[in-house]
Design a protein around this ligand. Structure first.
Ligand SMILES: *[C@@H]1O[C@H](CO)[C@@H](O)[C@H](O)[C@H]1NC(C)=O
Ligand SMILES: *[C@@H]1O[C@H](CO)[C@@H](O)[C@H](O)[C@H]1NC(C)=O
Ligand SMILES: *[C@@H]1O[C@H](CO)[C@@H](O)[C@H](O)[C@H]1NC(C)=O
Ligand SMILES: *[C@@H]1O[C@H](CO)[C@@H](O)[C@H](O)[C@H]1NC(C)=O
Length: 350
């Protein structure tokens, strides 16, 4: 007993020293950061007369149309040989709050074609006169119709889209890892791939054209096409599974940035001790360390995997803190209405 307590005292002192030096480090980093940013703000202010600058683009979508439900089909062309191409189709059902001839939504680095706009009250089709991506930072896709949409009318917009899977952990991205196989004599190391998404704050528009603002909540119904031998996970449970596609149940009404899916060769681990069945996955790559997607919280593996007798106590604490943080975000993300990302940011750090 006495020996044990000496040992733990020793450990406690070591941890205290570690903690103090860590805090010291953070404080000095904060000071350096303050100094650097204060200089940045000073030098960033342009001194030219404002008349020479173009007016900044309007960055918020008009509120004349409010999305209610999306049906999305996504097909990442991602087999044992890696290609970064993906395509798909989507239909968004929306309601008109103010008469308008224009549909504005977000779309970034996607090529989008043919468009079909339907009037669900009169069961007819509306003629699209033109559509174009705005050539500025707004990421708007603007669709012009021949006639006005009517107040309280129910409409839908269907389109086909193509894009590229990111290699930089944004939107839908590819992640590489190695798998070690042993046979009787040799050890082989194989490179493997998986696809995951990370749509916060404004990357849903890189996956499919959508009303990509946090307060424009809607229901999402996702189908993912993937190859045999891989498994798809998303916000909700699977509705149907075929040899090559997985259809998921509709989500509750939520913000576009909370949509998520993964396609991998990983099998989920069940947690037998919990009241509900919780399946657990850990991704080799994710930036930030974890993301609170509704029903599919994703974790970078270092922020989730713990091995008794191998991982440190400090690591255990970090993992539990991250899990608690993401669970809190998930609950709050569902109940608090975020108006825009500038407001959300203050909320998130509150
Ligand atoms: C801030 O910027 C000015 C001008 O570029 C420079 O002279 C000064 O040394 C900088 N100060 C700090 C603290 O970096
Ligand atoms: C994607 O493109 C392939 C080949 O170009 C095509 O066969 C497939 O139907 C497309 N997928 C979707 C979801 O439209
Ligand atoms: C192990 O690797 C060696 C060298 O590459 C090869 O000659 C041998 O056939 C391998 N053995 C097995 C059982 O695969
Ligand atoms: C955030 O942006 C909205 C719309 O652009 C604006 O009305 C609001 O005042 C901004 N909020 C903050 C905290 O800057």
């Amino acid at each position: 007993m006495p020996r044990k307590s000496t040992l733990s005292k020793g450990l406690a002192v070591a941890f205290a020293v570690l903690a103090v030096s860590a805090i010291g480090g953070m404080v000095s980093m904060m000071i350096v950061f303050k100094i650097q940013t204060s200089n940045l703000t000073m030098t960033e202010r342009p001194t030219e007369p404002t008349t020479t600058l173009a007016p900044p683009p309007v960055m918020r979508l008009p509120r004349s149309l409010i999305p209610e439900r999306y049906e999305i089909l996504v097909h990442p062309h991602f087999y044992s040989r890696i290609t970064l191409f993906f395509n798909g189709s989507s239909t968004v059902y929306f309601r008109c709050h103010q008469p308008t001839k224009y549909i504005f939504l977000h779309s970034f680095e996607l090529s989008v074609s043919p468009l079909l706009v339907k009037d669900h009250d009169e069961n007819g089709q509306l003629k699209v006169t033109s559509y174009q991506h705005h050539d500025d930072e707004s990421d708007f896709l603007e669709i012009e119709l021949e006639e006005n949409l009517k107040t309280d009318g129910n409409y839908s917009l269907s389109l086909y889209f193509e894009g590229e899977i990111s290699e930089y952990l944004q939107a839908m991205y590819v992640s590489r890892y190695t798998e070690t196989n042993f046979d009787s004599v040799n050890e082989t190391i194989e490179e493997r791939f998986l696809v995951a998404t990370n749509l916060e704050p404004t990357s849903a528009r890189r996956l499919f054209p959508c009303f990509d603002e946090p307060d424009m909540k809607a229901v999402f119904q996702l189908t993912v096409i993937h190859r045999v031998g891989t498994f798809a996970l998303s916000n909700t449970l699977q509705q149907n599974e075929d040899w090559k596609y997985t259809k998921f149940f509709s989500t509750p009404k939520m913000s576009s940035y909370l949509l998520a899916f993964t396609i991998s060769e990983f099998l989920a681990m069940d947690s037998p001790k919990s009241r509900v069945n919780i399946k657990v996955i850990a991704l080799p790559d994710l930036e930030p360390l974890a993301m609170e997607n509704w029903g599919l919280i994703t974790y970078q593996e270092g922020a989730l995997l713990y091995e008794e007798g191998v991982s440190s106590l400090l690591h255990k604490e970090v993992i539990t803190t991250i899990i608690a943080h993401e669970l809190a975000h998930q609950v709050r993300g569902k109940t608090i209405l975020c108006i825009s990302w500038n407001d959300t940011h203050t909320l998130k750090n509150a």
